[in-house]
Write a protein that binds this ligand. Structure first.
Ligand SMILES: *Cc1c(COP(=O)(O)O)cnc(C)c1O
Length: 354
């Protein structure tokens, strides 16, 4: 039986990327070492960093004003590091609360600054009207609410207030209007590899604002100056990301992957919208193309759906604990074939139990 994984916390990796990693672990470029033994001061590691930089600059059309930082600690570490690095002489930051992850980001900023909630949703829609503070150091948004199943498809203009985005779940899943953002950050394990690496892309206007005493590995300016080598970066995770970027390029870049991801989610939402059996709690215009959340008429059927799905080879479809129900995470590496198979399973389950 074929099996398919729709997990949200760690994406599957393309089989070709896994094969290349196995190869490099067994022996790295005839150097007599494994990839796992590659030191960060080696010229081969410098090559990997250069490849990541070149690929990201091309994919995102970055200007010379943009810096790319490869940091440890995950998006959650960034929640606290943003105010530590970005406040400068300001005291206030705006947050748009749209669901579970933006709430986490907001709460982590509270010890460091006056957090102003510029808009609030309840996890079922994206608020349209924002009340921005003129004196905010930045405005924070979460472009994809992974637990709730919401995604911004357009972002309001924040004027002179720098726009900062947690893009962990949808980074590189579609073309990004980079000029709108002053800083974006993403943990690698969702669309770009494995846990341990966080990518931060920021414009130079946000450098040199860190509070005194921020540890150097977490100081954006220090890391920008040191090309992310203040200390030992997570070398293996960096190598996996280099391979994922290569895979993304070979698969046509962001326009092609964006079109493919749109087809994937449309396939599932068509099944959800076919009748009242599957229900989505999210306003149609704000639905996520990455985190497709739905539920069945009652929690007994949710549980039966999950059990039958597993028995048929569809794994990790349970919703986030804060929301419940079902969630299919359609990260870049999830194939159209896997989504087609899941849609057929959903149709079949409805025929039997609807
Ligand atoms: C997964 C996720 C996180 C958490 O990332 P960590 O690497 O575990 O810190 C944060 N924000 C969003 C939007 C996510 O999807």
């Amino acid at each position: 039986m074929q099996s398919f994984n729709f997990g949200s916390a760690q994406s599957i990796l393309p089989r070709s990327v896994l094969a290349a990693i196995f190869h490099d672990i067994a022996g790295w470029r005839d150097r007599g070492i494994s990839l796992l033994e590659l030191p960060f001061v080696h010229t081969d590691f410098a090559d990997l960093l250069t490849q990541i930089e070149t690929d990201l600059r091309a994919l995102l059309a970055l200007s010379q004003r943009h810096h790319i930082l490869l940091l440890a600690g995950g998006a959650t570490a960034q929640f606290g590091l943003l105010p530590m690095n970005l406040l400068g002489d300001k005291h206030r930051a705006d947050y748009v609360e749209t669901g579970y992850w933006s709430r986490r980001a907001m709460m982590a900023a509270r010890p460091w600054c006056d957090v102003h909630r510029a808009a609030q949703g309840d996890g079922t829609f994206l608020p349209q009207i924002w009340h921005l503070s003129a004196d905010a150091a930045y405005c924070h948004v979460t472009t994809n609410e992974t637990a709730d199943g919401l995604q911004f498809h357009e972002l309001p203009d924040t004027g002179d207030v720098p726009l900062v985005a947690d893009m962990t779940a949808d980074f590189l899943t579609r073309p990004i209007p980079i000029e709108q953002f002053d800083l974006i950050y993403a943990s690698a394990q969702k669309n770009l590899g494995i846990a341990g690496l966080t990518i931060v892309v920021l414009r130079d206007n946000l450098l040199n604002r860190a509070k005194p005493g921020v540890p150097a590995p977490f100081d954006y300016s220090a890391q920008a100056k040191a090309e992310s080598k203040v200390n030992t970066p997570p070398t293996f995770a960096v190598a996996v990301t280099a391979k994922m970027l290569n895979w993304l390029r070979e698969n046509g870049g962001l326009a092609a992957i964006g079109a493919r991801n749109a087809r994937k989610s449309a396939r599932l939402y068509a099944e959800i919208d076919a009748d009242e059996f599957y229900q989505s709690h999210v306003r149609a215009a704000d639905r996520s193309l990455v985190s497709v959340c739905f539920h069945l008429p009652d929690s007994r059927l949710d549980a039966m759906f999950l059990a039958k799905a597993e028995a048929n080879g569809f794994f990790q479809l349970h919703g986030h604990p804060s929301v419940g129900g079902i969630r299919a995470s359609l990260y870049n590496a999830v194939s159209e074939e896997a989504v087609d198979a899941l849609a057929s399973f959903m149709a079949d389950f409805r025929d039997r139990h609807g």
